[in-house]
Design a protein around this ligand. Structure first.
Ligand SMILES: Cc1cc2nc3c(=O)[nH]c(=O)nc-3n(C[C@H](O)[C@H](O)[C@H](O)COP(=O)(O)OP(=O)(O)OC[C@H]3O[C@@H](n4cnc5c(N)ncnc54)[C@H](O)[C@@H]3O)c2cc1C
Length: 471
């Protein structure tokens, strides 16, 4: 009888609330924890690669403390797993599930092929509150609108409690010839604030949750749309890489709800955002094609423009609209962008510049630490109006008004656009109007650009284009 089990880490880079790892630990067999760099999966971007490398390093250290060594491999997972089961004589492989189209198909093939060879493959849920196939509408299909989806989730039994972390693993003393060392993933020079602002890994995730409960949760409902306020959790990269699970967050929030005096409104709002994450994951599971195609096929005829110059100006934060540019520079420098500003920058690319949402999704994918196969696609399609329960296309953000409303002191915008540091608040979001005033001198010297497109013109052009696909 075999006495080893392979544990395959993927997007669950933690020890706590890790049902597959706990299963392996409790099997009594020696555990071989592995991570595979899969060349057939969508290559992750620069920022996320850095995060993953850091997180895997910390995971390796944590595993060592409880008795096992994390091994790295590169290649097609089925082939690697076949070779490893042979080498270690393992009769079982365990992993936590992923829900995007590529991963589902890959895992299915692996399960089928290896089960036929007598190797048991067991998978678990470690990244969702509710499995996608359990939440159905009255006609037995998946939900396309968020509110009834979340109501249905809330009507289900409460999510399971988090699983305890294994305290000891029986490691394996052999090493195999396929192993590689963990590849380094350097950051580009312009991502200069990432290491200062972020601490990847399970410990960092738990600290971030504690910090949010202390500083952000009480003001979440009121200030979550204001990018200069520390009101949101910044848990997204940790959730993306599974350094913390939604079950852990859920359970911690239920605990503080019953022990501390947070308003029902703020708790409900925060949990609903975790709900939006669930909604995106369920959607991508049920409609995997949405990763590359419009969910609403009427958008297939949208007359997108190919404007390389404007796309580059958008990426560099040089559109001449300060809130848009602050967001794009925040993304570049920190690997993160506040949700309200993600909506505004995405809307600007799609509606003001009429550039296909897929181009924006690709750039976010490269630059976001939390770039996620479900949330990024769903976010972009939501803004475009082509997605599920999406913002209607005709609702076009005015980047000037959005700035005045959501960055009322200008602190966020000025942090990322130092050229505008001395521009008066009344001109901050339309600085071209300050040109004739003396207050405009600083910004002119700093070289901040004029708007690359005029707002009213862009708005009307986008609405005309939208009319074409509605006919
Ligand atoms: C164009 C666009 C692209 C996006 N790309 C991503 C992405 O690649 N990865 C990603 O995790 N989120 C993405 N989002 C959703 C959202 O902007 C981020 O999850 C959020 O800003 C992360 O900050 P936070 O952790 O402080 O969020 P909080 O407000 O503290 O929310 C807590 C958690 O809930 C989830 N969440 C919050 N808002 C949303 C939302 N609108 N949709 C889905 N889940 C949500 C996230 O997991 C988040 O960490 C995108 C949104 C847009 C408009």
């Amino acid at each position: 009888m075999s006495n080893s089990v392979i544990y395959w880490f993927r997007q669950d880079l933690r020890l706590e609330d890790n049902p597959a790892l706990l299963h392996a630990a409790q099997s009594g067999k020696s555990v071989i924890p592995i991570f595979i760099f899969d060349p057939d999966d969508r290559p992750i971007g620069m920022a996320a690669s850095w995060w993953r490398e850091q997180s895997l390093t910390k995971l390796g250290q944590a595993l060592k403390k409880i008795g096992a060594t994390l091994n790295f491999y590169e290649g097609r997972p089925l082939e690697i797993l076949q070779k490893l089961t042979g080498f270690y004589g393992a009769d079982e492989i365990v992993w936590n599930r992923q829900y995007d189209g590529y991963s589902v198909a890959r895992d299915k093939e692996i399960k089928q092929t290896l089960s036929d060879k007598g190797i048991q493959c067991s998978s678990f849920n470690a990244s969702l509150l509710f499995e996608p196939w359990l939440i159905k509408n009255k006609s037995g299909s998946h939900f396309k609108v968020f509110s009834p989806f979340w109501r249905q989730c809330m009507a289900e039994n409460a999510p399971e409690s988090p699983f305890p972390r294994p305290t000891k693993l029986r490691g394996h003393s052999d090493t195999d010839p396929l192993q590689i060392s963990l590849p380094t993933a350097p950051l580009s020079d312009d991502a200069d604030l990432i290491t200062e602002e972020w601490t990847p890994g399970e410990t960092g995730a738990n600290r971030q949750l504690e910090k949010f409960i202390e500083e952000g949760l009480a003001i979440y409902a009121e200030f979550r749309d204001f990018p200069d306020r520390p009101a949101t959790s910044r848990l997204s990269p940790y959730l993306r890489w599974g350094e913390i699970s939604p079950r852990q967050i859920w359970s911690k929030i239920q605990f503080v709800k019953s022990h501390e005096s947070f308003s029902e409104k703020t708790i409900t709002k925060f949990l609903a955002e975790i709900g939006w994450r669930e909604f995106s994951y369920h959607l991508i599971f049920h409609v995997p094609e949405m990763a590359t195609q419009n969910l609403q096929s009427s958008f297939n005829d949208f007359p997108w423009e190919r404007n390389e110059e404007a796309r580059q100006q958008w990426k560099e934060g040089k559109t001449g609209y300060p809130l848009v540019d602050a967001g794009m520079r925040e993304l570049r420098r920190t690997g993160y962008m506040h949700n309200r500003v993600r909506m505004i920058t995405a809307s600007f690319l799609i509606k003001h510049l009429m550039i296909d949402w897929r181009a924006g999704e690709k750039y976010f994918w490269d630059r976001l630490l939390d770039a996620c196969p479900a949330n990024n696609i769903a976010g972009w399609q939501w803004v475009a109006g082509s997605g599920a329960d999406a913002a209607p296309f005709f609702r076009i953000f005015n980047p000037i008004i959005q700035g005045e409303k959501f960055d009322p002191q200008g602190a966020y915008t000025k942090r990322f656009i130092p050229e505008l540091a001395h521009v008066e608040q009344k001109h901050l979001f339309s600085p071209w109007k300050a040109k004739s005033d003396t207050v405009g001198v600083d910004f002119q010297e700093g070289g901040y650009p004029d708007p690359i497109v005029e707002h009213e013109y862009a708005r009307n052009r986008a609405l005309d284009a939208f009319q074409q696909i509605r006919r």
